[in-house]
Design a protein around this ligand. Structure first.
Ligand SMILES: NC(=O)c1ccc[n+]([C@@H]2O[C@H](COP(=O)([O-])OP(=O)(O)OC[C@H]3O[C@@H](n4cnc5c(N)ncnc54)[C@H](OP(=O)(O)O)[C@@H]3O)[C@@H](O)[C@H]2O)c1
Length: 321
């Protein structure tokens, strides 16, 4: 098959990928070795050998893979999202993301974080929301940003919005509580008296226990899983993503670094410090350029191989742009 990069842009590839994940989530089972893509009616389907629209290949042990003769740009795009698309349908899969400046801050001290990273990373956030069943933010982000947490920039279903608000301190007029474009679940300390928070039927309150004064994130994930929400995107802020990381609940951690110096502000990842660097988390990571930003996509579950061993397979110095 000839290289098809010229006719294919990111939007087309994204639409195909999104169609693929919807297709499998709808209970369809791909055939081993079969080739898939969007047909003339833009429907995701099995396509014959030699059809240049057949981009994805199903492998019973690896999941979705792709033809190696695609352009490097398309391969990189697919490489970034396929681990999420290939996460097991019946198992919890949690991805954390933060966009930070060169000095590690995710927002200015005022709470302003519009925008730390550039347009490509924002599109990436919307794609991640579309690939995941639920998107989680902490009360700090909900209050400071009044986010909508939708997929309005890309083709895709809005995720269920999950807000961690232990003391139910958030005002009820935030967009996520009033816009009704998707369901919103508010997780709070089960010991506090819950009240009727909103007349809106798309908003629900779920009480979970505290452990050492913190909301038990494992109970939160169990509650999401029991509702069929298996892929969970933890989008911020720093305290919330750090909480999931500290409890070893993340499968992947994505940190986008922007060439921006904030000086002082809201920190990104903060976990219990270790005295020695050899005891610190140093996950296997892949590096993607996203416009002017660099995304570290860390696999927190590939503990079976030493990082040093993986490092030795990488080129010494290479320019990514
Ligand atoms: N650059 C980025 O990628 C990015 C992404 C998102 C947000 N932001 C920015 O980040 C800032 C907010 O970040 P942040 O770190 O201060 O706050 P945050 O993580 O958004 O929210 C933290 C709050 O959420 C609640 N919470 C989260 N996990 C909890 C747990 N396990 N147990 C109990 N409570 C929990 C607590 O609420 P209570 O305070 O009520 O106890 C906690 O103080 C904003 O300025 C926002 O604009 C940046």
């Amino acid at each position: 098959m000839e290289c098809i990069s010229v006719e294919m842009n990111t939007k087309f590839i994204w639409n195909m990928l999104f169609a693929a994940i919807c297709w499998t989530k709808n209970g369809n089972t791909p055939g081993h070795g079969a080739r898939y893509g969007l047909d003339e009616k833009d429907k995701f389907s099995s396509l014959p050998i030699g059809d240049s629209r057949a981009i994805l290949v199903w492998d019973d042990s690896l999941g979705w893979t792709y033809f190696s003769d695609l352009s490097a740009e398309i391969r990189d795009f697919l490489d970034l999202y396929l681990p999420i698309c290939n996460s097991p349908l019946q198992k919890s899969f949690v991805i954390g993301h933060l966009g930070q400046g060169l000095d590690g801050y995710i927002a200015a001290s005022s709470g302003d974080s519009n925008y730390v990273t550039g347009r490509e990373n924002i599109l990436h956030l919307h794609r991640m929301r579309a690939l995941c069943d639920a998107v989680v933010v902490g009360a700090g982000t909900a209050l400071s940003d009044n986010p909508r947490l939708t997929t309005r920039e890309v083709k895709g279903k809005h995720p269920v919005r999950v807000i961690i608000d232990p003391q139910l301190r958030l005002p009820s007029d935030l967009s996520i509580f009033t816009d009704e474009v998707s369901e919103t679940l508010i997780f709070f300390d089960e010991k506090i008296k819950s009240h009727v928070f909103s007349k809106n039927e798309t908003v629900s309150l779920i009480g979970v226990p505290l452990i050492n004064g913190r909301l038990d994130l494992e109970s939160l994930l169990n509650a999401l899983n029991s509702r069929g929400l298996m892929t969970v995107f933890v989008e911020g802020g720093g305290k919330t993503v750090s909480g999931f990381l500290e409890k070893n609940l993340l499968n992947r951690l994505q940190i986008a670094i922007s060439p921006l110096v904030i000086g002082e502000g809201i920190p990104g990842i903060r976990v219990t410090p270790k005295k020695r660097l050899k005891d610190c988390l140093r996950p296997h990571s892949r590096v993607f350029r996203m416009g002017n930003d660099i995304l570290f996509d860390c696999d927190l579950r590939s503990i079976d191989r030493e990082v040093a061993e993986i490092d030795s397979e990488l080129p010494g110095i290479s320019r990514i742009n």
